[in-house]
Design a protein around this ligand. Structure first.
Ligand SMILES: Nc1nc(=O)c2c([nH]1)NC[C@@H]1CN(c3ccc(C(=O)N[C@@H](CCC(=O)O)C(=O)O)cc3)C=[N+]21
Length: 293
């Protein structure tokens, strides 16, 4: 029997290409303006997964020719101390982008911290001002993960207009901005979540499925319409055959009849970091009155 294979959407390779193009532009900026973009990352506490991500980001920021400023603060940092650091970074001319690693320890108010970041330096795109600009079709800094997903979708499908898109997950960080971006591309967008009824049927009607549910292998193969494009945002660490493994929110092995699918790892994750660097360059350019790329 001919068992066709879904095309693999190689986020890792796409991200590497994007970072290469960013590095070239940064090199040019350096020779014309004498400046390079700077990214400040604030990490509170010692969550091991957050450490790994911040280290990867620090390495790639430097490799792309940008300045990286990492601020590691103890888990019991006070709200006042954190807000004072954010204020200082807002005023620092060498810092063009600010990222406060989430989740924060429970005693800190994430929304208050995010909204204290100068919107022009909010390279996560989480500030209410950027969320509002995106929702109303104005020039915003767009959250990195949905921005990366959209790049992969446009690379694959070119024109998304009129397609049925299902977004599973309604977080402020992924689901909501993803839905906004897909609406801006003239998709017919459905947003599903943990209380949604008959998710399999909604999924079967979708040309595009973006899954950001945070539940390992939630989406089964028989939920996916033949030829659909599947973007798996999930990164779940699970025990399998006595080993620790990463799996997505989609049962990847069951999805061979999809048109195309992102793997985990090597799909959306690397795009998130590449888009963070892209947003930092965008923020730098706008702060210096230069044109967007
Ligand atoms: N303010 C804030 N902004 C963030 O963007 C943010 C955050 N907080 N908190 C934590 C999450 C997590 N995150 C990841 C980014 C890239 C990979 C990534 O590149 N993963 C690789 C490798 C994964 C591995 O091997 O462990 C992959 O999927 O192929 C993973 C996770 C950004 N986050």
């Amino acid at each position: 029997m001919d068992k066709s294979r879904a095309a693999l959407i190689d986020g890792k390779a796409f991200a590497a290409g994007l970072v290469q193009r960013l590095a070239a532009r940064i090199e040019t900026l350096k020779s014309t303006t004498g400046r390079v973009p700077g990214l400040a990352v604030v990490l509170i506490g010692d969550d091991p997964a957050s450490q790994v991500y911040v280290n990867a980001k620090n390495r790639q920021t430097t490799a792309a020719g940008m300045q990286s400023f990492v601020h590691r603060l103890p888990a019991d940092t006070s709200s006042d101390a954190l807000l004072a650091l954010v204020d200082a970074l807002n005023l620092d001319p060498h810092v063009n982008g600010i990222l406060v690693q989430l989740p924060l320890p429970a005693h800190l108010d994430a929304a208050a911290v995010i909204n204290a970041i100068a919107p022009a330096k909010d390279v996560d795109g989480f500030h209410i001002s950027n969320a509002g600009l995106l929702a109303t079709g104005q020039k915003a800094l767009v959250p990195c993960t949905p921005l990366g997903c959209l790049m992969l979708l446009k690379d694959r499908l070119v024109d998304l207009s009129g397609l049925n898109a299902l977004v599973i997950g309604k977080s402020n960080i992924v689901g909501k901005p993803m839905a906004q971006l897909l609406m801006a591309e003239n998709c017919t967008v459905t947003v599903a979540h943990s209380k949604t009824r008959n998710l399999p049927a909604l999924c079967r009607a979708a040309d595009i499925v973006v899954v950001a549910a945070g539940r390992p292998e939630l989406v089964r193969g028989d939920w996916i319409s033949p030829g659909a494009t599947v973007i798996d945002v999930g990164i779940n660490r699970v025990e399998r055959d006595g080993k620790s493994r990463l799996v997505g929110d989609v049962a990847f092995a069951e999805a061979s009849h999809a048109g195309a699918i992102t793997p985990v790892p090597g799909g959306v994750g690397p795009m998130t970091i590449a888009c963070l660097l892209s947003n930092t360059l965008t923020a730098f350019a706008r702060q210096h009155g230069l044109a967007d790329a």
